[in-house]
Design a protein around this ligand. Structure first.
Ligand SMILES: NC(=O)C1=CN([C@@H]2O[C@H](COP(=O)(O)OP(=O)(O)OC[C@H]3O[C@@H](n4cnc5c(N)ncnc54)[C@H](O)[C@@H]3O)[C@@H](O)[C@H]2O)C=CC1
Ligand SMILES: O=C(O)C1=N[C@H](C(=O)O)C[C@H](O)C1
Length: 248
């Protein structure tokens, strides 16, 4: 049966690519393509079963509220998530039994594997820092991927009983050591010419390990978006990370 999919944020960098990908998918029909200022009622009028939400941290919560309140599963890649926002999303889901919400910090398989490799390596190294590099249109910093990666690394270190990292800095400028995400320094670069890149650097006695991923085109995110749209109805409630839909 054909899956009826709507894209919200259809004119954006990733949204416009998602519109093409959904159109090209033989098992999907693009029933609505909404931009800023569109009426969300278009989506329900068109009978969308799944909304692919790719907008802005300022817009995502309102879109979730509408979709989950109107019987539509949601796959979102929009970033800027906090514990408070996740709590609100859980509250919305509690009022929408049977509906699924996938929040995916990154849809690219390489990035997801990079996060997994970093999580695996974390327990074996004394030091770890995350560097993310993005295009100049990005609203949030650090990136959703870097934040999630740092959280996974911190949890792995804690589970292994590693002590907090020692920061030797006693002199310097504020910000020079990056943002502190659960004790892991995260550095964000915004540079024209870049798209989405991440480097996790781990260091131990006499060695370093670097895990690097580069998205060089928005097409890298499309197989993950389509997979999320296909699977979300079978996963009611909140799923945080596309890795839960993959055999990892
Ligand atoms: N999870 C992932 O793999 C990826 C996530 N992203 C995230 O997706 C989001 C969008 O990124 P970009 O496409 O680069 O941004 P963008 O600024 O190019 O596109 C966002 C689009 O959403 C539209 N928009 C904003 N509010 C809206 C609303 N209420 N209703 C409908 N449309 C609305 C804007 O007008 C714009 O066209 C960001 O949060 C970004 O971090 C981006 C790439 C990959
Ligand atoms: O804004 C982007 O471009 C991206 N956003 C996501 C993030 O914040 O991690 C995913 C990817 O890095 C591209």
């Amino acid at each position: 049966m054909t899956l009826r999919v709507a894209v919200i944020g259809a004119k954006g960098r990733i949204g416009s690519e998602a519109v093409k990908a959904v159109r090209a998918a033989e098992d999907m029909e693009l029933v609505a393509a909404l931009g800023r200022g569109s009426d969300l009622a278009e989506l329900t009028a068109a009978g969308a079963q799944v909304a692919v939400e790719l907008t802005h941290p300022d817009s995502v919560m309102g879109n979730l509220d509408y979709c989950l309140g109107n019987g539509v599963h949601v796959v979102t890649g929009t970033t800027g998530w906090t514990e408070e926002r996740l709590g609100t999303a859980r509250d919305l889901l509690a009022k929408a039994p049977g509906l699924g919400l996938l929040i995916a910090p990154n849809f690219s398989i390489g990035a997801i594997l990079g996060m997994k490799f970093a999580q695996t390596a974390a327990r074996y190294f004394e030091s770890v820092e995350v560097l993310e590099l993005h295009h100049t249109g990005k609203a949030d910093a650090p990136s959703g991927t870097a934040t999630r990666t740092a959280q996974l690394i911190a949890a792995a270190r804690a589970e292994a009983g590693l002590p907090p990292q020692h920061d030797p800095t006693t002199h310097g400028l504020p910000g020079a050591r990056g943002a502190d995400v659960d004790g892991v320094p995260v550095h964000a670069v915004r540079l024209r010419g870049l798209l989405a890149h991440q480097q996790v650097m781990l260091g131990g006695e006499g060695e370093t390990l670097t895990i690097r991923h580069d998205s060089t085109h928005h097409s890298s995110f499309m197989p993950g978006i389509l997979l999320g749209a296909r699977k979300i109805a079978d996963h009611p409630g909140l799923t945080l990370g596309l890795e839960h839909f993959l055999d990892l």
